[in-house]
Design a protein. Structure first.
Length: 318
């Protein structure tokens, strides 16, 4: 190596010492973030356990959370764009992923930075240990690429959670409609029916049960059923939920039977589920053609032709 070329090992000296240093820095950052999350969770539990008095005095309860909340607000203000619309879209996306905490935006932004730095440090340490003679430009390139990947890892995790929860809510929505029909025909009000159905669906469809429970709390807090359903549709992102909110609003304005409207919509949802299952069944042969062509047919042809090949080989050997 020429004297003009500067390697990372020459700048840092002991590669093992650098690895230990970077590991300690990353460990400290992760521990601080985990402790902050744990403290916030414990404070949330204490506030809920304090009962209605704590809910009526948010200023007193917030004083015990100023440390964590202040850090999260500073992070959110420093890293997010200044327009409120962008922050609202990010918060809505996190809510659809199942993160309902008020400071979830700040945590998400901080987590992106932690992942970016952690991936960059891991790449730098790994390249230094595997390629001690690597040039500084190569180290910077690998660290930058790893940091960029780490920056988008939380987005990928949130996207996968949104997809999973949306599929779970969509699968449980027809059952929700059937149970709503049963409850309303039994004489329960809209609020009581949603509360009862939400508790029943909490076990098989947790994502749907959580959103129904949140809708029940909103109705108890004074929101109208139509407004609570609209917010439920925004949280879930389902077109079926928005259609249900519109249907119930029109039914309430026109004075038609709620049970009849729910039954008609439930039948429509059941037909849609059946059509979706039939569509998947019809698409199955086309999807199976690729693995059959690549894996099954070659093995079958080899199995059928192997005796002939062996016999031809024996004849040639003679």
């Amino acid at each position: 190596m020429s004297g003009a070329t500067t390697t990372f090992a020459e700048l840092t000296g002991d590669g093992l010492g650098l690895a230990v240093l970077f590991s300690l820095v990353l460990s400290v950052m992760l521990v601080v973030f985990a402790v902050a999350s744990l403290v916030r969770a414990r404070l949330d539990v204490r506030r809920r356990a304090a009962g209605p008095a704590a809910a009526l005095a948010p200023a007193a309860a917030d004083r015990g959370r100023n440390g964590v909340d202040g850090v999260l607000k500073v992070i959110e203000a420093a890293l997010s764009k200044p327009d409120a619309e962008t922050r609202q879209r990010l918060r809505q996306r996190l809510i659809r992923a199942g993160y309902f905490s008020p400071g979830v935006v700040g945590r998400f932004l901080a987590l992106r930075i932690v992942f970016a730095l952690g991936f960059a440090f891991a790449a730098i340490v790994g390249v230094n240990l595997l390629m001690p003679s690597a040039e500084l430009a190569d180290i910077a390139f690998y660290g930058g690429v790893a940091g960029l990947i780490g920056y988008f890892v939380p987005n990928t995790i949130v996207g996968r959670r949104i997809k999973t929860r949306t599929g779970q809510i969509r699968d449980g929505f027809p059952d929700f409609m059937d149970l709503m029909v049963v409850c309303t025909e039994a004489g329960l009000s809209m609020e009581a029916a949603i509360d009862r159905v939400g508790r029943e669906l909490m076990q098989p469809f947790p994502a749907l049960g959580e959103n129904l429970y949140a809708m029940t709390l909103e109705i108890r807090a004074g929101r109208t059923s139509s407004d609570a359903l609209n917010r439920f549709a925004e949280r879930t992102g389902l077109a079926e939920a928005q259609s249900l909110a519109t249907l119930l609003q029109q039914s309430e304005e026109l004075g038609s039977s709620l049970a009849h409207s729910l039954r008609v919509y439930s039948d429509d949802m059941r037909n849609k589920r059946l059509m979706k299952a039939e569509e998947k069944a019809y698409a199955l042969p086309a999807k199976l053609s690729i693995p059959l062509t690549l894996f099954i047919f070659p093995v079958l042809m080899i199995t059928l032709m192997l005796p002939a090949i062996i016999r031809i080989g024996d004849n040639l050997m003679k």
